[in-house]
Write a protein that binds this ligand. Structure first.
Ligand SMILES: Nc1ncnc2c1ncn2[C@@H]1O[C@H](COP(=O)(O)OP(=O)(O)OP(=O)(O)O)[C@@H](O)[C@H]1O
Length: 528
């Protein structure tokens, strides 16, 4: 038996999400519904795929797709002289195209509802505006393989160019072969496929799985931008949603957390779509099995060390109580609606009480404290996230401690921000959080500041002004900005020499500005 092949054959049920599991937990197994014989991933045949599409090997760094436009079809170079596994071990990807383009084959099958459901979901998510091109992220697991298949039909029907990408995290021995498996499926459908490699996995410390997930989204986002894709579809299912709901419940999440995954979300310049959020995992597997299409099974998905695997097991145990995936996913959807309503209300409240002042967020303290607790928390957390340059909200307990201090007229520091308490709350960056931050010309400093240099400025870099820099700015009091805002703000340096500190009134010809306007900051309340 080849290395990594399961002795018991393919396991029913779905692997745990890679969003929750380490990626080094073993080899994948192949589901080939044709004969139900699991095999080691034999997708290889890189020569075949290369020949079909003229692909070449490309490694992408963690920083994303660099300057060059991605080739339409990118395959890893295994350095192998022949396919690593015999053709017989491969899923019958070649049959996909014929079946999916045959409406008879589709409508005569009991799961013909899936394409219709996805079409309706896509219509709703795209609000009637169909993009010219669409990306789909395919891991090789059953969910995303089914998504690719169904979207292929949808894209053909709507004249949309579908582009596939798969990420090879390079953390498991089988990863490259799994990527090649996806590439081959895509090639058999006539779809361009990019294999994106995470080249810095070996250097990742701590939460490897979290780092891999973040890298995956960075790579996919960079790929989408380079390939001109405004939308990328992901294969999260109703079961993923229900598992997430249970895990969030265990953490005591409120409305926002229990909303779970959004069906559409904008991040990294891309709209991420999840058209399968109402589709049970089993329906996707059935869809593939009925068409004789295989998928990759990641054995780490059965590893009970991970929350998601345990949540899945708990879900099965809860079924007799009527607590099933469909019910939990429905509650998550209701939470998402409630969250949307709260976000709208917070946005409306922000109109009257939130302002942006040279990077600081100002909140009218009396108006803020008069709001219902949830709205107050929402606005305050938002301001902290904006200034602290993070998408993650502070913990609720910490936020409530801050509110207590503000109610008592005291300031505090939280979440990389400093809160100065007056009639106006001024939320500014905490100097300690940025004192080591450096940006070269053209780069953003602290994720949100940009500098326009005068012509012939010579070499420079951006660093925090700091107390020593402020001492070199005799006019700083005239700016109206408080000392904490200025020392944590950006300044232009050449080695140890302060060149300019526009916020502190030094350096006439330099301009410094945040990339977000006040209305951008308010509008972001709606997208969380
Ligand atoms: N390595 C990867 N390459 C490309 N896309 C990925 C990768 N891993 C996950 N995704 C995308 O994120 C979605 C959710 O990830 P998750 O970890 O739940 O998937 P999976 O268990 O690896 O596979 P699947 O969801 O396809 O069964 C996938 O359906 C897919 O769209």
């Amino acid at each position: 038996m080849p290395e990594g092949q399961g002795a018991d054959g393919p396991k029913p049920g779905r692997p745990a999400s890679r969003d929750d599991l380490p990626l080094d937990a073993g080899e994948g197994a192949l589901h080939d519904p044709g004969d139900c014989a699991p095999g080691h991933i034999g997708a290889g045949a890189p020569e075949n795929a290369s020949r079909q599409s003229g692909g070449s090997a490309v490694g992408l760094s963690d920083s994303g797709v660099s300057d060059s436009v991605l080739p339409e079809y990118v395959l890893p170079d295994f350095g192998l002289s022949e396919p690593p596994f015999p053709e017989a071990d491969l899923p019958d990807a070649g049959r996909i195209a014929a079946r999916i383009s045959d409406p008879q084959a589709s409508s005569s099958h009991p799961d013909a509802a899936l394409p219709d459901h996805v079409a309706r979901a896509m219509h709703g998510l795209l609000a009637g505006t169909v993009p010219l091109r669409l990306g789909v992220a395919v891991s090789g697991g059953g969910d995303s393989v089914a998504l690719m298949l169904v979207l292929h039909g949808w894209a053909q029907a709507h004249g949309v160019a579908l582009h596939v990408a798969t990420v090879d995290h390079g953390l498991r021995a089988a990863a490259a072969q799994e990527a090649a498996f996806v590439a081959r499926l895509a090639a058999d459908l006539g779809l361009p496929c990019a294999v994106l490699r995470w080249t810095q996995g070996g250097a990742a410390r701590g939460n490897l799985q979290g780092a891999a997930r973040a890298a995956r989204y960075r790579l996919l986002g960079a790929w989408a931008q380079a390939a001109g894709l405004s939308h990328v579809a992901l294969g999260h299912t109703q079961d993923d949603q229900a598992e997430t709901f249970l895990m969030r419940l265990a953490r005591g999440s409120g409305v926002d957390g229990l909303s779970c995954m959004a069906a559409a979300r904008q991040a990294q310049g891309v709209v991420w779509l999840r058209p399968l959020l109402e589709v049970p995992r089993a329906a996707l597997r059935d869809h593939l099995s009925a068409r004789g299409v295989g998928w990759v099974d990641d054995p780490s998905n059965d590893d009970t060390r991970f929350d998601r695997v345990r949540a899945r097991q708990a879900l099965a145990a809860l079924a007799p109580l009527g607590l099933d995936a469909a019910g939990l996913a429905q509650t998550a959807a209701r939470m998402a609606r409630a969250r949307g309503a709260l976000a709208q209300t917070a946005f409306a409240a922000a109109e009257g009480m939130l302002r942006l002042d040279r990077g600081d967020v100002l909140l009218d303290r009396a108006a803020l404290m008069a709001l219902p607790d949830d709205l107050r928390d929402r606005l305050l957390a938002h301001a902290l996230c904006v200034v602290g340059n993070t998408p993650y909200r502070p913990r609720l307990a910490a936020l409530h401690r801050l509110c207590d201090r503000l109610a008592a007229g005291q300031g505090d520091t939280l979440h990389g921000a400093r809160i100065l308490c007056g009639a106006q709350l001024r939320i500014t960056r905490e100097w300690q959080a940025v004192r080591a931050a450096v940006a070269a010309p053209g780069q953003r400093w602290d994720g949100r500041w940009q500098v326009a240099a005068p012509a012939g400025a010579g070499p420079w870099e951006v660093r925090a002004l700091g107390p020593a820099g402020l001492a070199l700015c005799p006019e700083w009091r005239a700016t109206g900005l408080p000392r904490p805002s200025l020392i944590a703000g950006p300044a232009i340096w050449r080695d140890a020499r302060l060149i300019a500190a526009p916020l502190a009134g030094l350096g006439e010809n330099w301009r410094i500005f945040t990339t977000e306007t006040e209305s951008d900051v308010r509008a972001r309340l709606l997208s969380h």
